[in-house]
Design a protein around this ligand. Sequence first.
Ligand SMILES: Nc1ccn([C@H]2C[C@H](O)[C@@H](COP(=O)(O)OP(=O)(O)OP(=O)(O)O)O2)c(=O)n1
Length: 122
Amino acid sequence: MENPNYDRYVKKANNKDVSLEDLRDRLAEFAQVRGWDQYHSPRNLLLALVGEVGELSEIFQWKGEVARGLPNWSCDDKEHLEDELSDVLLYLIQLADVCGLDLGQAALAKIVKNARKYPVNS
Ligand SMILES: Nc1ccn([C@H]2C[C@H](O)[C@@H](COP(=O)(O)OP(=O)(O)OP(=O)(O)O)O2)c(=O)n1
C-alpha cells in the first residue's frame, strides 16, 4: 500500500550528502511527531545508546578476529552491521542534541586536541 510519509523518508534517506546537522534535524522531527520528546532525556538516550553498543558488540561476539573490509561476510550480515552502527550513531547524535552540544564542532575540536597530544614522530 502507498504510504506517502514512508516514501518521503526513503527519498530523504537516499540523499548521499548527509551531515550530522541533517541527521540531527531529521531525528528531532522523527521524535517530535511521535510524541517521543518526553522520553528523550539525556539519561534515557545514553542508556539506549549503550544498549545499541551491546547489540553492535553481539555481531562480533565469538567470531575471532575479523579482517578489514569484512571479505567473508554475507550481504545480510553487512546490512545488520550497518543497522547497528546507525543505531549507535543516531542515539549519539540525539544525546548531543538534547544536551545542547554541537557534536560536529566538538568532534573537530577533539581531533585538534588529539593532534596536539599525539604529535607526528613523537
Ligand atoms: N524512543 C526511540 C525509539 C527508537 N528510536 C530509533 C533510534 C534507533 O535508530 C532505533 C532503535 O529502535 P529499536 O529500539 O526498535 O531497536 P532496533 O532497531 O535495534 O531493534 P531490535 O532491538 O529489535 O533489533 O529507533 C528512537 O530514536 N527513539
